[in-house]
Design a protein around this ligand. Structure first.
Ligand SMILES: C[S@@+](CC[C@H](N)C(=O)[O-])C[C@H]1O[C@@H](n2cnc3c(N)ncnc32)[C@H](O)[C@@H]1O
Length: 239
């Protein structure tokens, strides 16, 4: 729906299709996977830790109208803006540090595109839910879990809630305990799950950024399994 550093708009088609009626994005950002194809028709639950990002979703889901969005002023190159919704249209990780931004031609163009996309697609997200919270507060439901945290190390720095604040071992345990299927995204430093290469993608300024994914189907064993003692006695009773 809007430009955002790290959004998965171009990559969405490369991830596995959703096999559940509910999609949860516990690191919402611009939630490009939930918006992709027909995914938006499902029950979509977004969790986002950054209040400024969650506020955009809350506005789009619970109050904005198409006419209101279409009537928002265009941005003029060279003018300054302190609106977070404008600033993130610079789509760089530096954007999260700016309080005010000078509008570049790229930003003005991105904003103009987003206004059109948002106003004509608002009806697709009115049934979605947004919670401004930590990912661990997500409801424990059976779903397609599209988990796209700030990437470990440098690529995930910059966000208001960045990779430096993440406990990746804790995240890996949480990922494995989800009900349903799990799609977890990472970059070059992702080492806390058995990630596989997704595909090389062109990053900013032609730099190739490494994209990895961990996919666990709903059929795989959910962790944690039985405590060891119970497991042993179950096995003994089978033998
Ligand atoms: C890589 S971005 C997600 C991009 C998204 N998939 C898209 O298509 O735009 C990661 C997001 O996680 C948020 N975040 C960081 N720490 C979080 C936490 N502990 N719980 C929930 N969200 C968090 C960041 O603010 C950021 O918006």
């Amino acid at each position: 729906m809007f430009y955002y550093y790290g959004r998965k708009k171009q990559l969405a088609k490369h991830y596995p299709e959703s096999n559940f009626e509910t999609i949860v994005e516990p690191f919402a950002g611009a939630a490009a996977y939930s918006f992709f194809g027909d995914n938006w028709k499902k029950n979509v639950i977004l969790i986002e830790r950054d209040p400024k990002v969650a506020e955009i979703w809350d506005w789009m889901i619970n109050s904005a109208t198409p006419d209101e969005v279409a009537a928002l002023p265009d941005l003029q190159v060279g003018e300054k803006s302190s609106e977070f919704l404008h600033i993130i249209h610079a789509a760089t990780k530096m954007a999260f540090k700016y309080r005010t931004i000078k509008v570049t031609p790229v930003l003005a163009r991105n904003w103009e595109i987003s206004k059109r996309v948002i106003s004509s697609n608002l009806h697709r997200i009115k049934h979605w839910e947004i919670f401004c919270d930590d990912y661990t507060a997500a409801p424990d439901v059976e779903a397609t879990w599209f988990i796209d945290p700030p990437y470990k190390g440098d690529p995930g720095m910059g966000y208001g809630f960045s990779s430096s604040m993440m406990d990746y071992e804790g995240l890996s345990r949480w990922v494995l305990s989800r009900r349903g299927e799990v799609i977890c995204c990472e970059g070059q430093n992702g080492d806390y799950l058995p990630f596989e290469a997704l595909k090389p993608s062109k990053g900013v300024a032609g730099k190739v950024s490494v994209e990895k994914v961990f996919y666990r189907t709903s059929l795989a064993e959910r962790q944690p399994t039985l405590p060891l003692a119970e497991l042993k006695s179950e096995l003994l009773s089978i033998v």
